[in-house]
Write a protein of this length. Structure first.
Length: 152
């Protein structure tokens, strides 16, 4: 399988939204995924808005990653590269696409001068946890708890 990666653009908004909806269904969160291509395009045009990488096999999309630099690590004076979503078509998983997407994330983060990469994983998704461990990802054990306050 020949994997190529390219920058996602507004022209990919429908594809990305389709992948986001598939990801939400997989994560049992389909009922809260109400993104539209129009909303995504707006987010893509913001200064620190969402960015995407599209993975293709012989020109056919097989997966994607969305990311943004969402906060600043003030102690280092650098931004943090946050991977929001990774989705790979079920029949293409295990073929190196995830490894390629994370290598691209590391490259982009380095190019942007970021302090680190961050992402989250659901506690029941053991296959993703194994993959993340295999690529060198570590569960944060820095004593900080992540809290959220929903605004909807």
């Amino acid at each position: 399988m020949e994997i190529t990666l390219r920058k996602g653009t507004e022209a990919d908004a429908e594809l990305i939204v389709n992948y986001l909806k598939k990801l939400a269904e997989y994560e049992k969160l389909g009922d809260v995924c109400n993104i539209t291509p129009e909303k995504l395009k707006k987010l893509m045009n913001e200064e620190n808005g969402v960015r995407a990488v599209i993975a293709e096999n012989n020109g056919v999309p097989v997966g994607m990653m969305t990311w943004y630099t969402y906060k600043i690590a003030t102690f280092s004076g650098k931004r943090v590269f946050y991977i929001e979503d990774v989705f790979i078509e079920a029949d293409k998983r295990g073929s190196g696409i995830g490894t390629a997407l994370f290598a691209e994330a590391k490259r982009l983060a380095s190019e942007l001068g970021c302090a680190r990469l961050e992402w989250k994983c659901l506690d029941w998704n053991t296959s993703a946890q194994k993959f993340y461990s295999n690529i060198g990802g570590e569960i944060s054990d820095d004593g900080w708890l992540t809290y959220t306050l929903n605004l909807n």
